[in-house]
Design a protein around this ligand. Structure first.
Ligand code: PLP
Length: 425
């Protein structure tokens, strides 16, 4: 009989336990969250960090939530979500984009896009399947692929052409194991949008090489230049495309946790199977509030979008003026300027900017190695605060770097260790 292996973490008086899941244990914690937890404890900080609307949910939607609570809508709904809501979502996508999804069999209400993303990857992937992911990208993409047993294959995008996702680069990364392409347009952290022609080229590749398309369209309404294209409407796309969307960004409903998936029936059937065992349903109250959002909140959305657009133009112009070169982000609410002129790496830049000028931004490296040389700034922040942030950032950029070092103002905080590629939100 062989002796059981001695476990390293055994401490006196404690019985050792078997190691936990290695994929999850090896996934570093979200650098973004940790960074902003630190920033929150500091005074007078202007945060351009968290990707969240600064508006509260429009009153009519909140009122619908209160009304639902008063009426006692506190039960589970069907696993797929309220049919009334699914019908409105499909009608909304049809009206805006000409999409054609059946509310009964091709639409599932999820707990935010976050759950939709997780479900989509779980039903599409078998262990070892490869998922093409543009880089830089939203911090949750890579961990979710790995949690679902997949392997991330990054596809680099660059600031010089507005972070366009080139079909040629995608094609070069395809292997026999390629199972899906996961991306968002408009994108987090770059604010990039893909043209219809570029999207069609990606669909053509997916058809030619038989892989799925997982399209995160959470920022669809926050498109300031050109028109959003719902990927599932492009020729050839429908049968292999999972469209993810939700209420968090367009309706300022991040805390309500309502999202949806539109996809062909074989995909939604399997997604619903996982969802019914793991989540059961999205919150009943939040689904009723989402119905109100679709029925009556269009003027609120248009007002918020117009406001983001004003801030976008003001902020991006300001960044370029102070030496933080920034291409024009066409969607979402992020600017992703180059910090090349500062001579710093993005983690150092973000740390020093926070410590010296009390402005919180996210180091570009948090979004993958190709994000290095940039920082992400959210302009979902009131104009006077953006103005003050630019003032502080300008002062920071004008101060010679050695001066900062000589003054012994090196930051006392270390955030770098957790800020690697593809970390959680
Ligand atoms: N997808 C992207 C690109 C995001 O930026 C976010 C949130 O920041 C999400 C998904 C998560 O959205 P939800 O609140 O619907 O879960």
């Amino acid at each position: 009989m062989t002796r059981p292996e001695k476990r390293e973490d055994a401490s006196p008086g404690r019985r050792p336990c078997k190691p936990l899941n290695t994929v999850i244990a090896n996934c570093p914690p979200s650098g973004i969250r940790r960074f902003f937890d630190i920033a929150q404890q500091m005074e007078n900080v202007i945060s351009l960090g968290v990707g969240e609307p600064d508006f509260v949910t429009p009153w009519r939607i909140r009122e619908a939530g209160i009304w639902s609570l008063e009426r006692g809508y506190t039960t589970y709904t069907s696993n797929s979500g309220l049919l009334d809501l699914r019908q409105r979502i499909c009608a909304h996508l049809n009206r805006r984009y000409g999409a054609d999804y059946d509310p009964v069999s091709e639409c599932l209400i999820t707990v935010g896009v976050s759950e939709g993303l997780d479900l989509a990857l779980r039903v599409v992937l078998n262990p070892g399947d490869e998922v093409l992911v543009p880089e830089p990208c939203y911090v949750s993409y890579a961990p979710c692929v790995e949690f679902a047993g997949g392997v991330v294959v990054p596809v680099k995008t660059d600031a010089c052409d507005g972070f366009r996702l080139h079909a040629e680069r995608v094609a070069a990364a395809i292997t026999p194991r390629t199972k899906a392409l996961l991306f968002g347009s408009p994108a987090n952290p770059t604010g990039a949008t893909q043209s219809r022609a570029d999207l069609q080229a990606l669909v053509d590749l997916a058809v030619a090489h038989d892989f799925y398309l997982i399209s995160d369209e959470i920022y669809d309404r926050l498109t300031y230049v050109g028109q959003h294209t719902c990927l599932g409407t492009l020729p050839g796309a429908r049968e292999r495309t999972v469209v993810l969307n939700g209420f968090s960004k367009a309706y300022a409903m991040t805390g309500w946790r309502v999202g949806y998936v539109c996809a062909p029936e074989p995909i939604t059937t399997l997604m619903t199977r996982v969802h019914q065992y793991t989540m059961l349903c999205a919150s009943h109250l939040a689904q009723l509030a989402a119905i109100e959002a679709l029925d009556n909140a269009e003027p609120d959305v248009e007002e918020m979008v117009a406001d983001y657009d004003r801030r976008r133009r003001f902020f991006v112009q300001g960044l370029n003026r102070i030496g933080l070169d920034c291409y024009e982000p066409r969607g979402a609410f992020y600017a992703f300027p180059s910090i090349r002129r500062s001579g710093m790496r993005s983690e150092e830049f973000a740390e020093r900017l926070l410590m010296e000028e009390r402005v919180a931004v996210v180091p570009g490296s948090a979004f993958g190695p190709s994000g290095e040389g940039h920082v992400r700034c959210s302009y979902a922040t009131a104009l006077p605060l953006l103005e003050e942030a630019l003032e502080r950032m300008g002062r920071f950029m004008r101060r010679p770097a050695p001066d900062r070092l000589d003054k012994g103002e090196a930051p006392a905080l270390r955030i770098s260790s957790g800020l690697g590629a593809g970390q959680g939100a």
